[in-house]
Design a protein around this ligand. Structure first.
Ligand code: UDP
Ligand code: MG
Length: 203
């Protein structure tokens, strides 16, 4: 019963967030983190953090990034920036999952080769959490076409061609929510408190 209530509560808040973020923020400010995020990690005390600090996004190291042993460097960039890792797994993606993930691109001429590339080997998929993480991740990842990506971005530093651009990051709050639900089950995501939380953000 409690689980059902929690689930309904989460859905309501997520829905409200997509319509009216400010109203949602003011509503949830008094609720404990566990009601809003995934599971709480064992041994960690949960303090009440503002919802904007709990924004989440999906980042994936694509098969070329895994093959080229770039996983560690990519994780390091997000850790260094101050974001919190709340979910991580390595998997061989099915065409079914990918077709849902890239549903908006189905009509594009490059779609068949994109599917082939993305299923050519394992990917490492992650959920990162923190203030403005969706937009900041996109900036850190860089332009879709590496030829136009700034130096200092993941794509600008590690890739040269649009068909092998190493990494994925969700492009909007709604997109992030959809992709996280597609790639992860709720119990695979952890809500935990970073000891440096008050040093990276005003909470
Ligand atoms: N892509 C490609 N050729 C193109 C455009 C995109 O192979 O001309 C691939 C590339 O891997 C890209 C992915 O399709 O990352 C998804 O495209 P999108 O426009 O969503 O770019 P992203 O959000 O990844 O920057
Ligand atoms: Mg995209």
């Amino acid at each position: 019963m409690i689980l059902l209530q929690r689930c309904l509560f989460k859905r309501t808040i997520q829905h409200l967030y997509s319509r009216s973020p400010d109203t949602a923020k003011s509503l949830v400010s008094g609720f404990p983190a566990a009601l809003l995020g995934g599971r709480r990690a064992a041994g960690h005390r949960s303090i009440s953090t503002p919802p904007d600090v709990r924004e989440r996004t999906l980042v994936a190291v694509k098969p070329d990034g895994v093959q080229r042993r770039l996983v560690g460097q990519i994780i390091q960039r997000f850790e260094q920036r101050g974001f919190k890792l709340v979910g991580l797994k390595m998997l061989q993606v099915s065409e079914d999952l990918l077709s849902q993930h890239y549903c908006e691109l189905r009509a594009k001429p490059f779609y068949p080769s994109l599917l082939h590339y993305m299923t050519s080997g394992p990917v490492v998929v992650m959920v990162w959490e923190g203030h403005n993480v969706v937009q900041t991740s996109r900036t850190m990842v860089g332009h879709t076409n590496p030829a136009e990506a700034q130096a200092g971005t993941v794509r600008g530093d590690f890739s040269i061609h649009v068909s092998r651009n190493v990494v994925h990051a969700s492009d909007s709050l709604e997109g992030a929510q959809r992709e996280i639900q597609l790639w992860f089950r709720g119990k695979e995501l952890l809500s935990w408190d970073c000891c440096d939380q008050t040093s990276t953000c005003e909470v």
